[in-house]
Design a protein around this ligand. Structure first.
Ligand SMILES: Cc1ncc(COP(=O)(O)O)c(C=O)c1O
Length: 390
C-alpha cells in the first residue's frame, strides 16, 4: 500500500487530497517524490507568504527550539512578548491574545465581544452570508452556508448573519442589542469578494449609532496579503477587534486576536486561555515573517506583482470570454469563470501549476508574496494554455 492508499484507509474522509506526494519545497515551488516540480500559486492556502524553506524562518525556528519548545502560560516567554510588541506596533492595536489557529481566534473574539456586551445588554452577534470563519461551533454560528453547517446544529444563540454588501440587510439587523458584527473585508473562501465602500460606510455609521464592535477577520487577507498590512486599511474604518492566523506563524500553527482600547480591559485573569496558543517556536518564526514582509522593498514588490497580475489577467479576460470577472486585492486574486473552476485547476496541476478552486466557479490565486515576475509569467502561460484547451 502506498502512502496515498494508507491515508484513504486511516483518515476520516474530510479532505480531498491532491494526488501528489511532496518531498520538499523551495521558494515558490514544491518538489514531489517522483521528481516533478510544481509552481505553488496558493501557498498552503495563504500560509506560506515567504514560500518554502525560507532561511530566516528556518534560522528563527532552529534558534528557538534549542532554547525551549514549550513552557506553559505560567511563564513569560520572550518570543511571544517580542512578536506581540511588533504586531501591536505595526497594527496600532492595544492588546493581543495568541491562539493556535484561525478558528480559535474567531472563538476567542466571540467570547471577547460577548463579555464586552454582557454588562451592556448586548448579546447579538452577526457574521456575513458567503463568509468563512472556521470549523468550530462558534465560527459556524456566524456562517450561513449549508456546505459547512449541515448536520451540526443547533448553533449558538443570538448569532446570525447579514447579507454581505447589502446595506438594507445590515440596517435591518443591527440595533442597540448588537454586540458585534464580524466580517472579512475580502471574502476568501467565498470566492475573493471584496466588501463595498458603501457597506463599510453604513457599518461605520451604524456602529456610531448603536455602539457595537466591528471584528475584522483578517485570517486570510491580513499581514500584507491584500497589499496593505490589513485589508480593512483599503477603507477608512478602524475595526475594534482583528483576528489573524495563516501566515503569521511562518507555517507553524499560530493565530492572534488584536483588540483596541475599547476592549482592552474586558478580559481579566483566568477568563480565557489555551495550552499551545502562542507557542514560542511559532512566535519566533512569526517575527521572521514580519521582519521579512514589512520592509519597504517587500511592500513595493507585493504591489508591483499585484498590478502586474491584475493587468495581465484582465487582458486575458478580453481574450477569453469564459472569464467572467477578475477581482481581489494585492496577491489575493479570484478569477471567476462562467463554468466550474475545478477542471481548470486540475488541468493546471497536470501542467505543473497549483491553483485553488473555490466557490464552484472561482480560480483562487494566493501565491507566496515573494513570487517573481518570471514565476508569475509561468503561471500566466499555463493558465492561458489551459483556457485554450477545448
Ligand atoms: C477568513 C478566514 N477565517 C477563518 C478561517 C479559519 O482558520 P483556520 O483554518 O486556521 O481555523 C479561515 C481559513 O481558511 C479563513 O480564511
Amino acid at each position: 500500500m502506498n502512502t496515498y492508499e494508507k491515508e484513504q484507509q486511516l483518515f476520516f474522509h474530510t479532505y480531498k487530497r491532491l494526488s501528489l506526494e511532496v518531498d520538499h519545497g523551495e521558494g515558490c515551488y514544491l518538489f514531489t517524490k517522483d521528481g516533478k516540480k510544481y509552481l505553488d500559486m496558493f501557498a498552503g492556502l495563504a500560509v506560506n507568504a515567504l514560500g518554502y524553506n525560507h532561511p530566516a524562518i528556518i534560522r528563527a525556528i532552529e534558534t528557538q527550539i534549542r532554547k525551549y519548545n514549550h513552557l506553559s502560560n505560567y511563564f513569560i516567554q520572550e518570543p511571544q512578548v517580542l512578536l506581540a510588541e511588533q504586531l501591536l506596533k505595526l497594527s496600532g492595536y492595544e492588546k493581543i491574545f495568541f491562539t493556535n489557529s484561525g478558528t480559535e481566534a474567531i472563538e476567542g473574539a466571540l467570547k471577547l465581544v460577548r463579555k464586552w456586551g454582557s454588562t451592556k445588554e448586548k448579546s447579538n452577534v452577526f457574521g456575513m452570508t458567503n463568509g468563512f470563519s472556521g470549523r468550530t461551533m462558534g465560527a459556524l454560528s456566524l456562517m450561513d452556508k449549508d456546505k459547512y453547517r449541515a448536520g451540526y446544529g443547533p448553533f449558538l444563540e443570538h448569532c446570525s448573519h447579514i447579507e454581505f454588501n447589502n446595506v438594507e440587510s445590515l440596517q435591518k439587523s443591527v440595533d442597540k442589542k448588537t454586540a458585534a458584527v464580524f466580517l472579512e473585508f475580502v471574502q476568501g473562501e467565498g470566492g475573493i469578494v471584496p466588501v463595498t465602500f458603501e457597506f463599510v460606510q453604513a457599518l461605520q455609521r451604524l456602529r456610531e449609532k448603536f455602539d457595537f464592535l466591528i471584528v475584522a477577520d483578517e485570517i486570510q487577507s491580513g499581514i500584507l496579503r491584500s497589499g496593505k498590512f490589513f485589508a480593512y486599511q483599503h477603507f477608512t474604518i478602524e475595526p475594534d477587534i482583528v483576528t489573524v492566523a495563516k501566515p503569521i506563524g511562518g507555517g507553524l500553527p499560530l493565530g492572534a486576536i488584536l483588540g483596541s482600547h475599547k476592549v482592552a480591559e474586558v478580559w481579566t485573569y483566568g477568563v480565557h486561555g489555551t495550552t499551545f496558543g502562542g507557542n514560542p517556536v511559532a512566535c519566533a518564526a512569526g517575527r521572521a515573517v514580519l521582519n521579512a514582509l514589512t520592509t519597504q522593498e517587500m511592500q513595493a514588490h507585493i504591489n508591483a506583482m499585484s498590478e502586474y497580475l491584475f493587468t495581465k489577467l484582465r487582458s486575458l479576460q478580453e481574450k477569453f470570454p469564459v472569464i467572467k470577472e477578475v477581482r481581489g486585492m494585492g496577491l489575493m486574486i479570484g478569477i471567476e469563470l462562467k463554468r466550474e473552476s475545478a477542471p481548470v485547476v486540475d488541468a493546471m496541476l497536470a501542467k505543473g501549476v497549483l491553483a485553488n478552486s473555490t466557490a464552484t466557479t472561482v480560480v483562487r490565486i494566493l501565491p507566496p508574496l515573494i513570487l517573481s515576475r518570471k514565476e508569475a509569467d509561468e503561471f500566466l502561460t499555463i493558465f492561458q494554455e489551459v483556457l485554450n484547451e477545448p
